[in-house]
Ligand binder design. Structure first.
Ligand code: XIL
Length: 305
């Protein structure tokens, strides 16, 4: 059976992120995506410089294509990239005034969230707010530099106004493996919640390198965020190693612990090791090989579902 058939029994989303709509031209790619997954999210196509490269001009074609593919195949689309550290166009980077930047965010968020109202019901609003290795907010990001630390709260308020019914996530990397950063994210999110910032969940990227998250860590995070009234999802799981056995074990262990902990939304960052389609060129991080043959990682995931 497929991953999505297993997922249906538990009423969970099992998805692939990193879907560049041009990959759908490859019929094998499209077939595996539609057969195995019940959700998808774009790779870079929703990031500001991709979707809105010059003021007022939006490249809707690519994202529309993703949405219609999802509709045709009965899949959920997850919004990814409202605010990202990378990929901000020059016209935006030239904004130095706080009011003007908030207005630009509002225009941009409304354009995206209104166009896909009813078609995307969950969004990563802010991605990678913390320094990669931990040690506080990443103060090098453009939004931080103009708006200060409150850019995160601003972004969530603007997103909520644009789309009152969507689930709004903060997306972060490496917290499953760095205890200090894990605590920082918790402190940040609990402060946002205490201040009434409209946030619904924490999306764990989970780009895992050689080291598997310690058993119990994901469970602990789910518990503590649930206590704040928030949901936890997995947004971008992949495993960057050439050790196939280790990779297989990590896939199985992470998916199984996530489900036991009550996570209902798991996405991988792509599904085929085909080099043109994965951002990690030096490893074989995904569940299908370059010819779309399921690897042991697939079977471990399937067994965990
Ligand atoms: C990555 C894309 O896959 C690459 O093509 C791009 O060059 C950089 O961004 N965390 C995220 C994703 O939230 O948006 C990133 O995607 C991977 C790390």
């Amino acid at each position: 059976t497929s991953l999505r058939a297993e997922a249906r029994k538990q009423d969970i989303l099992i998805g692939s992120g990193a879907i560049n709509p041009t990959y759908l031209n490859d019929s094998n790619f499209a077939a595996v995506l539609a057969t195995q997954f019940n959700s998808l999210s774009p790779e870079n196509e929703m990031k500001w410089s991709f979707i809105n490269p010059t003021k007022g001009q939006y490249n809707w074609d690519t994202l529309d294509r993703l949405v219609s593919f999802a509709e045709d195949n009965n899949m959920v689309v997850k919004g990814h990239g409202l605010i990202s550290g990378c990929c901000n166009p020059d016209y935006l980077l030239n904004v130095t005034d706080r009011t003007a930047l908030r207005a630009a965010m509002k225009t941009h968020f409304e354009a995206l969230m209104h166009r896909y109202e009813g078609k995307m019901d969950r969004w990563d609003v802010v991605t990678e707010a913390l320094k990669t290795q931990g040690g506080g907010l990443n103060n090098e990001t453009f939004f931080y530099q103009v708006l200060g630390p409150n850019y995160i709260a601003d972004a969530f308020h603007i997103a909520r106004e644009a789309s009152p019914d969507s689930k709004l996530f903060i997306n972060e990397n490496l917290v499953e493996s760095l205890p200090g950063k894990r605590q920082e994210l918790y402190n940040l999110v609990s402060k946002l919640v205490a201040k009434g910032v409209p946030i619904d969940g924490v999306a764990l990227q989970m780009h895992i390198t050689e080291v598997a998250p310690k058993p119990g860590v994901v469970t602990e995070m789910v518990k503590s965020y649930n206590e704040l009234g928030l949901e936890v999802s997995i947004a971008e799981l992949d495993v960057h190693t050439l050790d196939n056995e280790l990779e297989t074990d990590i896939y199985g262990a992470v998916v199984s612990e996530a489900l036991d902990a009550g996570i209902t939304d798991i996405s991988f960052w792509g599904f085929t090791d085909k080099h043109a389609y994965t951002w990690i060129k030096g490893a074989k991080p995904l569940m299908f090989d370059q010819c779309y043959k399921p690897k042991s990682e697939f079977y471990a995931t399937h067994a965990a579902l």
